[in-house]
Ligand binder design. Structure first.
Ligand code: AGP
Length: 601
């Protein structure tokens, strides 16, 4: 998730911007930049890596004269993390910073290039500053030019722009990505991606809403929406920084569960098009001659890999196999050159997955990484990478990374299915995909119910999470989430396997979390659960259909596509593990014995 800051005032612009960016570091970034303008002119600095690198580059700059400044920490989604792609992006006489994804940037970029505009970066953001200058050169009116620019953008953006044509003004617009504007008692104006950047500076803030835009000048925020001038609703700013970094949630994990809806939208932007799937990142020929896909990962990423194998075979009709990286490394695998080796990793630094990837490359087979961190070791090693765009994931227990992995894998399966499915079935999946951001949104009523029923699951001699087909990997994931943060023993199991031994454990102290989707093998799953209930196992059923033998019932919505049920149940399992862990007094974000990235064997 990128971070943006803005400032208008008499203070030390550079320090205000750097301090603000430092408060946004928790959002994750791989490069940063600032631009300042006052009567002496416009200056900018950019640096890859941590903020200290930017501070060192800007060390000779100082100015306390009245002026404006904008700053940015970049989490790469389009274009490698390097100085050229770092924000601010500049035109002839303007600078822009942006958080989000401009979905139609390629067509805008082509239009501008056809008109002779030269682009320096690979980013989507750069189209904003060139569009602005194109319109301003025509209109000689920065505000109208900014209005016309914003009207051309599709996708998510929180953007700030400064220009020599209006040196004491910051132009802003918000749609889909967060942005806050604030004021202090001395006529200064501040902008930030979250409260955290403004705490200790602004006294009152306004939380901009989608479609808001305008400009700040001389201590005043001029707000517009759909062409109408609006009075900004100013409220006092909270003062707790850690609380602000969690954006009001109790834990980073909770914040990341609640973010899944919006980050899945980011993952889909520019990829799920009106009638097809598109991946900029897939080089021509990557899939030529491929007759098998082997997916390799660890932990939660392995669960996503396992679920994808069902999708690749069912949708893409490509043979799919799945490997746990630590096992794959030492099993002397038989690899064929008609195999595409896909590795999945949130961090991009997991040692076992990285070594497995190197083995595949040594065997001369093509490799693709699904990863959340650009320029990570795995990204640098793979032939191609599809970024998850989940933003930084601070909770050790992975949630939004898993959600975006599942989204990318489903998109990839459909991308490969284009000429293998009927147009009707292809459209059915595309339409189902568009429902996912809504289905991944936390249902507060269900969250409250999970909070209440979690008190019954604090002991017992173990949990079984069971499901069939793609709900079996989801059951594995639900069990891992519970183990990781509640420290209770839990196993994920295929529903149909319970009678092959595990049912011997069934009694009232054995808790079974049963995934009972309506769209896939419901009756088969139901009969497996009835066998457990008949042996007095305590059943918590998660299903759109009422199941009278359940001791606890969490009702999900009626859906037509299994993947819609998958994402809705995924959120419930994440919430359940978190609420049980809370009741057990555990550290939800940093559970004992665990690291966010396992960079050792
Ligand atoms: C997931 O909740 C765990 N933190 C862990 O299993 C993790 O998924 C695994 O270590 C793989 O990490 P990666 O996705 O960064 O490669």
């Amino acid at each position: 998730m990128c971070g943006i800051v803005g400032y208008i005032g008499h203070g030390d612009k550079k320090q205000v911007l750097i301090d603000g960016l430092r408060e946004l570091e928790y959002r994750g970034y791989d490069s940063a930049g600032i631009a300042m303008m006052d009567e002496s002119g416009i200056t900018h600095y950019k640096a890859v890596g941590k903020l200290i690198n930017l501070e060192n580059k800007a060390s000779e700059y100082s100015s306390n004269s009245y002026g404006v400044g904008i700053g940015h920490t970049r989490w790469a989604t389009h274009g490698k993390p390097n100085e050229v792609n770092a924000h601010p992006h500049l035109g002839e006489y303007s600078f822009v910073v942006h958080n989000g994804i401009i979905e139609n940037y390629q067509e805008l970029k082509k239009e501008l290039q056809d008109e002779g505009v030269r682009f320096l970066s690979q980013t989507d953001t750069e189209v904003i500053v060139h569009l602005f200058e194109k319109f301003n050169n025509q209109l000689d009116n920065p505000f109208q030019a900014f209005e016309q620019t914003i009207a051309k953008l599709r996708g998510a953006y929180a953007t700030l722009l400064i220009t020599k044509k209006d040196p004491e003004t910051i132009y802003f617009a918000k749609n889909g990505s967060p942005m806050i504007a604030g004021k202090d008692d001395h006529g200064s104006v501040y902008f930030g991606s979250s409260d955290a950047a403004l705490i200790g500076k602004a006294k009152e803030v306004t939380y901009l809403t989608d479609g808001d835009y305008g400009f700040a000048r001389s201590g005043t925020i001029h707000l517009f929406h759909a062409g109408e001038s609006m009075v900004p609703a100013m409220v006092p700013l909270k003062s707790d920084k850690i609380y602000a970094q969690k954006e009001g949630f109790r834990f980073f994990m909770e914040k990341e569960i609640y973010e899944q809806s919006s980050v899945i939208s980011d993952t889909m932007l520019g990829r799920v098009l009106d009638d097809e799937i598109h991946f900029d990142e897939i080089p021509d020929g990557l899939f030529d001659g491929i007759r098998e896909i082997k997916v390799c990962a660890c932990g939660t990423s392995y669960h996503a890999a396992l679920a994808s194998s069902y999708l690749f075979e069912r949708l893409s009709q490509i043979r799919a196999s799945v490997e746990i990286a630590s096992e794959f490394r030492y099993k002397e695998p038989l690899l064929r050159t008609d195999t595409l080796f896909v590795v999945i990793s949130q961090s991009g630094e997991t040692a076992d997955t990285l070594e497995a990837l190197k083995m595949a490359k040594l065997a001369g087979i093509k490799t693709l990484a699904l990863c959340n961190v650009d320029n990570s070791s795995i990204v640098r090693e793979a032939d191609a990478t599809i970024l998850l765009r989940a933003g930084i994931e601070k909770g050790v227990a992975s949630t939004k990374a898993f959600a975006t992995q599942m989204m990318v894998l489903w998109m990839l399966a459909l991308y490969l299915a284009k000429d293998k499915m009927t147009a009707e079935k292809y459209r059915f999946d595309l339409e189902a995909m568009r429902l996912i951001p809504g289905l991944a949104k936390v249902n507060e009523r269900i969250h409250e119910k999970v909070k209440r029923l979690s008190k019954r699951y604090l002991h017992g001699h173990g949990f079984f999470f069971i499901g069939r087909d793609i709900f079996y990997p989801l059951a594995l994931e639900g069990a891992l989430k519970l183990k990781e943060i509640s420290y209770l023993h839990a196993e994920g199991y295929p529903s149909g396997e319970m009678k092959h031994g595990p049912i011997a454990l069934a009694d009232s102290e054995l808790f079974t979390i049963a995934l009972m989707p309506q769209t896939l093998l419901y009756d088969k799953t139901k009969s497996n659960i009835e066998e457990l209930s008949a042996r007095d196992s305590t059943i918590c059923a998660i299903s759109p259909k009422s199941f009278e033998l359940a001791d606890d019932m969490i009702r999900t919505s009626e859906q037509k596509h299994p993947m819609c049920e998958f994402f809705e149940m995924m959120v419930i399992l994440q919430l359940l593990s978190m609420e049980v862990a809370v009741r057990r007094g555990n550290d939800v974000d940093m559970p004992r014995n665990l690291a966010k990235s396992v960079t050792v064997e």
